[in-house]
Each structure stands twice: as structure tokens, then as C-alpha cells.
Design a protein around this ligand. Structure first.
Ligand code: FAD
Length: 454
């Protein structure tokens, strides 16, 4: 093991800030520290900031990987006090104030810190059935999106060469579990791609016959948007051809299909070769490592309990922000909470470093900017401070919101032009899939999971 700080020995000693995770929360923390006299190290197990809200468009071949990501190095190139390091945090010693990180090739190194901001996010949860991940990729990372793309496009290709209708049917049946915004968006996109982009391209199958089944334990989709919007989403999904299976629990997933249990206990098997999982979230493995080292509490999903100012109790220089933090008054796991909480933690670092008195009240206050979900072409639902939009107005608002938050002007321009081509011609150009199976490893790059399994 070596220490990265040794190689920086010639620099004047300034307080060291380590940020774990370069998602919305970590990136906004780093941005807030741009002009603060500290040395910032941003550690991430990937090289890029990922725009998760558009993962489903990458998964279904509409946007490319490059359109929904931005290299962290490029985003922070003008931050002279920031260093970006690729590696997964696997350990922490709060007495020595060091974080241990693992390189992707297996070596490890240490990062010393004076202030630590943990923004490591969540992973998909299979509710205690991690074995489902082998057959049902989640949708949290770029790897997930590419695994989904491979399975979806691969299924149409396999169906095309199968001799019997019965065999073809199971490859042309797609199951999505979880009818929150991510599941609804993914299910809608698969039906749209089957009915528009793939029309006229096959000779032995009719892609528009593809069935898309959406499962959820709750009685209706996108319940967080309220009954009226949920009802509208149901109607639009049904019109699109998505089959809704609400109020059921998925109890088993195999290579050949899934089993769902109704409220009355009835079990139904569905034959499908493609199951996609968006149903639940759990904290990334590092959360448990952190909680043990800091004697911190975790909620049921593994999030770390924080005080009102987002520090971990007993550790006034360690903040946990974004999706991975748990507060007494829970906040939704959305990008705005992540950005605002990352910024909030960094602002406190700024005040501490400059020896400015802490604000009388350092409590984090979330400014809710609403939420949105895309249903289909020209249909989205948006909720903002009591104003609810659906259909075409909702779709317009959805587009503006997503463009505003997508990183990089070039990515915005490319997204607009791709959407225009899609809207007018129905074309999806990001359909290349690799030969190998990138979805074979449930949590690629997680040294912690690999350690636990070996
Ligand atoms: C499919 C999908 C759709 C969504 N749609 C919306 C939407 O429409 N609107 C909305 O507001 N929100 C949406 N969200 C939620 C939103 O994306 C999250 O709330 C937000 O990304 C959380 O930001 P974060 O920085 O806390 O975590 P993340 O963005 O998940 O970032 C965490 C980072 O930490 C890194 N990391 C993890 N573990 C380690 C480790 N041990 N060491 C080093 N690095 C590590 C990861 O690589 C990642 O870069 C969606 C999420 C998903 C998955």
C-alpha cells in the first residue's frame, strides 16, 4: 500500500478534503470548494459523473454513454485545488484520518484527510435476493445501462432466428420490476423502441408484438406523484401497450422467467428471458464499513444516520451527503437533495477552514424543486410546488428540467439533436452491444463485495 499524499509532499500544507463519490453530491461539494484554500481529492470508483435520470435512454439505445456522462477530470480541470483519483474506498481509520482505497487492478493506497465528505450513493437492492441480479440487471450504473441494452436488443436478435412461435414469445416478453419513475420510464421506452425504432427491420418477427410487463407491490405506478398523476401514468402506459401488474410481489427470478405473488397468495409464473430490476435501493457496500468505523447508525436500506448539519454524530469533520445519508426527517433520493447537501457540507468546510464562526443554525434545509417522470413520446408527469403537469406540457417541462441539469453544454446540444431525430424519425442510433456479457458481475469494481464473497 502507498500513500497518495507522499507524492504531493512539495505542496504547501493546506487542509486536506477528501470527497468519496463523484455523483451529484460529491461533484457539487467539489465545485463549492473551488476557491477555498484547501486541497481537494475526489475519489470515485468510476472515471465519470453519471446523469442517472437518463440511464434508461442509454439502456434503450437513444443516448450514448458519452451523452449521459462527463469525465470528472474534465469537469474539475479548472479547479486548481482539486485532484481526481480512480479507486474504490474500502476502509477508513478515523483516528489516523485516512481512507483506504482499492485500485481497479487490486493494489491499494491511502488518502489522508482533515475533512471528509462521503457521497457514495446507493446501489440496486434485491430485497435480500442478490442472486436475482445474475438474471435481472438493475439500473444504477453505466454498466447496468449497457447490460440492459445488451439484453433488450439481444432478445430481439435471438427471437428473429428461433423456429417456433412459442420460443420466440419468451424472448419477446420483457419484465420490468418496480413501477417508480425509473421502471415506468424503462418499460415505456422498451414498448416505444419495439413499435417505432425496430419496425420494418426484422423479417421473421414483428417487434411490435413484444410484451412489456411492469410489476410493483403498490397498487399503482409512480404513487409518489399522487393519485391523479398515477392514474394518468397508468392510462398512458396502457395505451402504449405496457401490461400493468400492480399489487404483486416478485418472489423469484430465473433465466427462464419470474414468479409473482398476488395479495391473496396466488403465485403466477411468467415466461420471459429478460427481467430488468428497478425495484429498490440499498447503500453501497462502503456504507457498512463506514458505519462500523464511526460507530454510526444505519437505516434499513443501509444509509448512514446524520445530524441536522449532515455530520456523523461524534465526528464534526465528517459529512455524509446525497442518497446515502439518512436524516430523522427523510428526504427523497433525488438529484436536487444530493446537489444541495453536497454544497451544504462544503460550505461548512469553507467556514471551518477560514475560521469563520459557524452559522447559528447549520441545519440543512432542502429547497424542493419538484420531480418528473417521462412516460412516452410527448407524455411526462411533473410535480413542482403543488403544480402538476402531465401529457404534452409535462413533457416540455421534463425536457427543460433534464437539459438544465445535464452536465456540459456539448452534452445538452447533442441530447437535443438526438431527441429531435428521435421525435421526427423514431431513430435510435446507440444500438451497438458487446459480444461479452458486461452484466455478468453484479457489482463491477466493488472490491468490498468481492472480498465478502471470497
Ligand atoms: C434510473 C434512475 C433515474 C433517476 N431519475 C431521477 C430524476 O428523474 N430526477 C431526480 O431528481 N433524481 C433521479 N434519480 C436519483 C438521482 O440520480 C440520485 O438521487 C442522485 O444521483 C444521487 O446522487 P449521489 O451523489 O448521492 O449518488 P450517485 O449519483 O449515485 O453517486 C455516487 C458516486 O459514488 C461512487 N462510489 C460509490 N461507492 C464508492 C466507493 N466505495 N468509493 C469511491 N466511489 C464510490 C459511485 O461511482 C458514484 O459516482 C434517478 C436515479 C436513477 C438510478
Amino acid at each position: 500500500m502507498n500513500s497518495l499524499s507522499q507524492s504531493c509532499a512539495a505542496k504547501p500544507a493546506r487542509p486536506k478534503v477528501v470527497i468519496i463519490g463523484g455523483g451529484f453530491a460529491g461533484l457539487w461539494a467539489a465545485r463549492r470548494l473551488k476557491r477555498v484554500p484547501v486541497d481537494v481529492t475526489l475519489l470515485d470508483r468510476g472515471t465519470s459523473n453519471l446523469f442517472q435520470p437518463l440511464l434508461y435512454q442509454c439502456a434503450t439505445g437513444l443516448l450514448s454513454e458519452g451523452q449521459i456522462t462527463q469525465p470528472l477530470r474534465s469537469l474539475l480541470r479548472d479547479h486548481r485545488n482539486a485532484t481526481v483519483v480512480l479507486g474504490e474506498a474500502v476502509g477508513i481509520d478515523p483516528d489516523a484520518k485516512t481512507v483506504t482505497a482499492r485500485r481497479v487492478n487490486g493494489g491499494s493506497f491511502e488518502l489522508g484527510y482533515d475533512y471528509l465528505i462521503v457521497a457514495a450513493g446507493m446501489r440496486q437492492s434485491y430485497f435480500g435476493h442478490d442472486e436475482f441480479a445474475k438474471h435481472a440487471p438493475g439500473m444504477k450504473t453505466l454498466d447496468d445501462a449497457l447490460a440492459i441494452r445488451r439484453r433488450v436488443y439481444g432478445a430481439f436478435e435471438i427471437a428473429e432466428s428461433l423456429p417456433t412461435a412459442e420460443e420466440r414469445a419468451e424472448w419477446l416478453t420483457f419484465a420490468v420490476t418496480g413501477a417508480g419513475p425509473a421502471g415506468v420510464e424503462l418499460a415505456g421506452q422498451i414498448r416505444e423502441l419495439a413499435t417505432r425504432a425496430l419496425a420494418r427491420e426484422y423479417r421473421n418477427i414483428d417487434p411490435s408484438e413484444a410484451r412489456v410487463l411492469l410489476f410493483d407491490g403498490l397498487p399503482s405506478p409512480v404513487t409518489a406523484f399522487g393519485p391523479r398523476m398515477s392514474e394518468r401514468a397508468s392510462r398512458q402506459l396502457t395505451r402504449l401497450g405496457v401490461e400493468l401488474h400492480m399489487g404483486v410481489l416478485v418472489t423469484d427470478v430465473t433465466e427462464a422467467g419470474l414468479t409473482a405473488k398476488a395479495k391473496d397468495g396466488t403465485l403466477t409464473n411468467y415466461r420471459t428471458r429478460t427481467v430488468l430490476w428497478t425495484a429498490g435501493v440499498a447503500a453501497v457496500p462502503f456504507a457498512t464499513v463506514l458505519a462500523k468505523a464511526l460507530d454510526a447508525v444505519q437505516d434499513r436500506a443501509g444509509r448512514i444516520g446524520v445530524l441536522d448539519d449532515l455530520t456523523v454524530p461524534g465526528h464534526d469533520r465528517i459529512w455524509v451527503v446525497g442518497d446515502i445519508m439518512a436524516r430523522d426527517k427523510p428526504l427523497p433520493g433525488v438529484a436536487e437533495v444530493a446537489m444541495q447537501s453536497g454544497y451544504h457540507a462544503a460550505a461548512q468546510v469553507d467556514r471551518k477552514v477560514r475560521l469563520q464562526p459557524a452559522r447559528r443554525n447549520e441545519a440543512f434545509r432542502y429547497h424542493d424543486l419538484g420531480s418528473a417522470a417521462y412516460i412516452s413520446r410527448y407524455h411526462a408527469i411533473v410535480e413542482f410546488k403543488g403544480i402538476r403537469l402531465s401529457g404534452f406540457p409535462g413533457w416540455l417541462a421534463w425536457g427543460v428540467i433534464h437539459l438544465a441539469f445535464l452536465s456540459g453544454a456539448w452534452n445538452r446540444i447533442r441530447a437535443i439533436s438526438t431527441w429531435m431525430v428521435y421525435l421526427t424519425r423514431g431513430r435510435r442510433s446507440e444500438r451497438a452491444i458487446p459480444y461479452g456479457d458486461p452484466g455478468a458481475m453484479p457489482y463491477p469494481y466493488s472490491a468490498i463485495t468481492q472480498q465478502a464473497e471470497s
